[in-house]
Structure formats: structure tokens, C-alpha cells
Design a protein around this ligand. Structure first.
Ligand SMILES: [Zn+2]
Length: 111
């Protein structure tokens, strides 16, 4: 169910550092994933957050393997509310979602 990563999923750097003060959320999504996948809270708490020293990407490790991820994103949460809101805002109002400085930052580190 879980897959461990030795390198950054974005830039492939192996310089991953565990984040301090990790607080796992207890929101709707976490509760539903634990329930739908028959996980224990202890198993779910194995997931920790790491920061890539090269690109600053934050990633969970371990994370769900490909099959479980597909189940989560396609079946359990195929309708992500924020994404639908962005799409509706664009189609009705021609509004783009705001990503702050994200693309500027990505362009800077990738080019
Ligand atoms: Zn990286």
C-alpha cells in the first residue's frame, strides 16, 4: 500500500530532509482515507513530510503506491472541490486561479 521514495519526485535529488514539527491533519480527507482503505491511525502516521534541499518541494514519504493512489484520486476523491471551483470560475468568469509566485519560482529553478 505504501511506497518509499529515496529521491525527490520533482527533481530527482537525493537531498531530502525530514521536516520538523510535523502535524498530521485530522481533516475530512484524512479521516475518509483512513476509513476507506481500512488503515489504522498508527499506519497512517508512518507518513512523514520531507523537503528537497535542491528545489524545496515538500513530499510525503512513504506515500501511497500507484494502485492505491489511483484508487484515492479516481474513486474516493475524483471530485476535488477546489479544482472544480477553479474550472467553474474559468468557464463562467474567465478567471484564472491564483498560484502566487509558484510559476515564477518554478521557472527560476528549472531554466
Ligand atoms: Zn527536488
Amino acid at each position: 500500500m505504501f511506497k518509499f521514495y529515496n529521491s525527490c519526485i520533482f527533481c530527482n535529488s537525493k537531498k531530502l530532509k525530514k521536516e520538523k514539527n510535523q502535524h498530521l491533519p485530522k481533516n475530512f480527507y484524512v479521516k475518509a482515507i483512513i476509513s476507506d482503505l481500512n488503515l489504522t491511525r498508527k499506519k497512517f502516521n508512518q507518513i512523514e513530510v520531507y523537503r528537497c534541499s535542491k528545489c524545496n518541494n515538500l513530499q510525503n514519504n512513504p506515500w501511497f503506491d500507484e494502485n492505491t493512489s489511483k484508487k484515492i484520486y479516481s474513486n474516493i476523491y475524483g471530485q476535488h472541490n477546489k479544482s472544480w471551483t477553479n474550472l467553474i470560475n474559468f468557464s463562467r468568469n474567465k478567471k484564472y486561479s491564483s498560484h502566487g509566485q509558484l510559476y515564477k519560482f518554478l521557472k527560476k529553478i528549472l531554466i
